[in-house]
Design a protein around this ligand. Structure first.
Ligand SMILES: Cc1cn([C@H]2C[C@H](O)[C@@H](COP(=O)(O)OP(=O)(O)OP(=O)(O)O)O2)c(=O)[nH]c1=O
Length: 204
């Protein structure tokens, strides 16, 4: 996908190495022109997201965002595509140091959301941007407070399908907004890409 758009801040054109429609949407919001470039081997890409034993959530997102970048850099080099900065990101939810990735099924979504109900959790998004041989990185942590989710709300939310494909089994930009009592940090980062910090990396 090739996205040309009005670019008032004169951001450089980049490759977005992400299948996440939220990340594309946030780059569009920023006025950044981009080409989506996806890994050829999606199974290998999924393997990158395996958590190591006792891995700290911040270490985890940073490691995965860099691993995604290295895999895509190789592909872009091999394909001899025009050189442009390459952007990768990874978002994860952590509660009491436990990493809560995307739910495997409805039972897993129920387990994760029950854990988050009435509690404060962290959302970490790490970004890696390759500009030539240099790799610029940032990691943003937000604190999110959920209200107590009733059993009826929980089942209705799972039935909506929204938890699937999302770290922590929820989407701040969707129905789950009605669960969020308080958010401190970066809304866009919880959604998948911290707009302010990415703009700073691109300007730098
Ligand atoms: C917490 C939260 C996550 N998410 C999404 C953002 C990410 O798409 C996803 C976390 O998974 P990621 O592994 O970060 O991203 P992805 O697999 O969707 O895409 P890619 O690896 O190709 O870049 O969860 C929301 O959309 N809203 C939210 O509130």
């Amino acid at each position: 996908m090739n996205v040309q758009q009005h670019n008032p801040f004169q951001f450089p054109r980049i490759y977005l190495a992400s299948q996440s429609p939220r990340r594309a949407q946030l780059l569009e919001q920023m006025g950044v022109p981009f080409d989506v470039f996806l890994p050829e081997d999606s199974a290998a890409a999924e393997l990158l997201e395996v958590v190591l034993p006792n891995e700290d959530p911040v270490d985890y997102v940073q490691r995965v965002s860099l691993a995604k970048l290295q895999a895509i850099q190789q592909q872009i080099n091999t394909a001899r595509l025009p050189p442009q900065p390459i952007l990768c990101a990874d978002t994860t939810v952590a509660f009491a140091a436990e990493i809560l990735g995307k739910p495997e099924d409805a039972a897993d979504a129920r387990r994760i959301l029950t854990m988050l109900s009435g509690q404060v959790h962290q959302v970490h998004t790490a970004v890696a941007l390759a500009c030539g041989h240099e790799v610029k990185r940032t990691c943003v942590t937000s604190q999110v407070t959920f209200k107590t989710i009733s059993p009826v709300e929980l089942e209705a939310y799972i039935d909506s399908g929204e938890p699937f494909g999302r770290a922590g089994a929820y989407a701040v930009q969707g129905l789950a907004a009605t669960f969020i009592e308080h958010l401190s940090g970066s809304y866009s980062s919880v959604m998948g890409l911290p707009v302010f910090e990415v703009a700073r990396l691109l300007r730098g």
